[in-house]
Write a protein that binds this ligand. Sequence first.
Ligand code: SF4
Ligand code: SF4
Length: 456
Amino acid sequence: MKTNRFLSIVFLAIFCTGALYYHFRQSQSNDINLENKALTDIFTGPEKVHPKLGSPPRYDIYQTRPDNPEVLAAVAFNTYDITPRIKGYAGPVKLLVAISTDGTIKDVRVLKHSETPSYVFTLDEFMAQFKGKNIADSFQLGKDIDGITRATMTSEAVARSVDKGAKAIGRQILELDVGGPSGDRPKTLSYIHIIVPLMLFIVAVGGVLGRNTFLRGLALLTGFVYLGLIKSTMVSVVQLVNIGMLKFPDFVTNPLWYCLVVMTLLSSVILGMVYCGSICPFAGVQEVLFHLGRKLKWEELKFSHKVAGQARYVKFGILFVVLAASFIIGNSSAANVEVFLILFAAHASQAGWAFVVFILTLSVFHFRFWCKFLCPIGAFNGLLADKSIYKIQFGPECGGCGVCDKVCPVGAIQMVDDKPLIDYPECTLCNKCVEKCPKEILFLTRNRQQGLTKHD
Ligand code: SF4
Ligand code: SF4
């Protein structure tokens, strides 16, 4: 459809311009300003902060007394200068660490991070645990430091970078005995987080190609348990923004991020909405709620094709606004509108929870209300699906009975001139139309066979 092409162009324009704008702004600024602000917040007395210098790069902070020459009181450093390879879930977490000359950690402040805001809302509380510890201490997560619930990777990255950086400064600059090398354990690739998402996509694709509702259900359940409950990791606008900002996590510590992004993109451009149709944890939640509503015989909330067709533009609007806002403000906090991030992070303000309850309630009365009208990442997946190599198409024998239009749960089919017109960005590949077509002439196919109607 021409409108989908127009939406793709708008998306590309916003994404490319936004990313360029962000990188231009980044090239004009550096961490020095943030470091200076943190230093001013920490050292509020008469101390004198010397400019950043040396190797490892650091700030020396001197006590100034009228009767004494300057005496070194503390040293502060940006963890990124010492441990640039340690990354959180979505990239480096830059911290300013201030250490007194006796090795006591005076303060740890966050300078910059790219983590999902809903998951790291207690970052400041988490940082407070480091205050007063000695750099020779152990910083083992779960033992010496309590991690942030549902943000283990970020917590680990912070603990490791403070530990490694502080011990390096203690040894090389303050000449303190900080014990042996820091307890930084060698990172090992977690194969389970490659195998499980791979299996998940294989099962989901198997469900689509084999028209198998059991496999589809299994994929949705696994997506809910593994991605939603266990890993709290979903495909979201946060990943899109981070890709535009060129912020990537470490593959060894976070292979799931790469598997999820790569497989979603690949499956979308080859088959269509595999992720949205059979994997997204929030999709499963909405479908269960909708079926519950039908079991309870509550009246379904129905929209005409015209109303639904216009309402679907809302999600594209949200996608464009969230993208533009993220690139302008320089982080992905605008993506907090994504309801599943709130739900699976299990953290929100009262307004946030009210929003979750509102969406879940609407899901009881209208099939996938969030996906159809509001989900920004669903809108993005839809734009890819619109160009997918394989598509559901119908053969020349179509008599225009309209059964496919009636059975499509997301209203992706409309009869136009007695022929079904499929809106591919809305099609969740559930195969209901394929199964119910009385003439069995709907196929998931690549080549437009002779007689197949051109939809787009
Ligand atoms: S549209 Fe959004 S909520 Fe729905 S399945 Fe896709 S990503 Fe999940
Ligand atoms: S019934 Fe609708 S959503 Fe399901 S495969 Fe057909 S067009 Fe797609």
